[in-house]
Design a binder for this molecule. Sequence first.
Ligand SMILES: [Zn+2]
Ligand SMILES: [Zn+2]
Length: 345
Amino acid sequence: MSLSRILRWVVTNWLVTDPDLRLDEPRRNYHTKTPTNRAHIYICGGRFKSTKQWPIHVGVLVVIVAGGVLFWVFEASWLWHNVSPALVIIFSYLWFLTTMFMVKTAGCDPGFAPKNTHVSYSPHLIESKNHKPPDEFFSTVSLPYYNDTHGTTVKYCVTCHIWRLPRMSHCNSCKSCVYVHDHHCVFMNNCIGFRNYRYFLWFLLLAVLTSVMLSVLGWIHTYHYRISGRDNIDTFKDSISENPVAFLLALYGLCGFVYPAMLLIFHLFLSANNLTTREYLNFVRGTRHAPEDERYVNVYNTQSAWRNLWNAWWAMPQGVSSTDIRGRYKSGNLRHEPLKAFEAD
Ligand SMILES: [Zn+2]
Ligand SMILES: [Zn+2]
């Protein structure tokens, strides 16, 4: 085997799977993605994946890592010797957790549903151009509920060829239906759904805490001349020119705090009500001012904010991934075969 072939095999079949450059027949399920049906790039043998869009999540990671590196290079030693080693240790731990929750949120399967599980056609029709779904595929089924107007509806997804479970919806960026779909997050470059919502919540909380701590530590160093009176610095201006990175990190932490904090407040409200972003925007917001009997009824609310919060932040199991993307590929497995979307006339 030539070196270029080995390199190509490692890089395009394992490190970053690019279907255009793939050698050999598919051996794992993630190898089957073709340029027309792929929504993701698979990394490290399918262990991580990223939606094929602008890699904004890499930018977010760079921002987080840059804050940490600047802190350790310029601030950690001073804080360790002049204030307390505990501050450096606590900040490092918070930073580590933030990074890990970000990687987990962005890289894991948010709860993609397996495709093509409700298909009434035989496999030889898969690539046929003119096949149409039976009429019932465009039906909506209402599950029974105590009130006629508030049934839970179940729809058929004509792209994934499955009946969607309640709370499931299709993401156009990920080209897949997602269990308990919250939203597609451009900053994570991944959907937020049943399997990674908890990681997302903890990422937001830890990003806020880490930013606040970074900013506070930066201000402590910047104003230390006033607090201790021992630094041979007389003015704020002198302090900034003496410790420019401390001042920069104080502002960096403040900027990094704003957006995660706004999202955190919104998601505290949602998780206390066991609502998804989708449900809130599509159903709750529009019916807020409607008469009582026309308002959206959230049947998933346990009626206890604490119980909802406990479930969302801690107790809800992550569940197993149902797409088995790293499993051995068997030819003819429709879950991983491209199947044309039905087109409605
Ligand atoms: Zn779908
Ligand atoms: Zn998505």
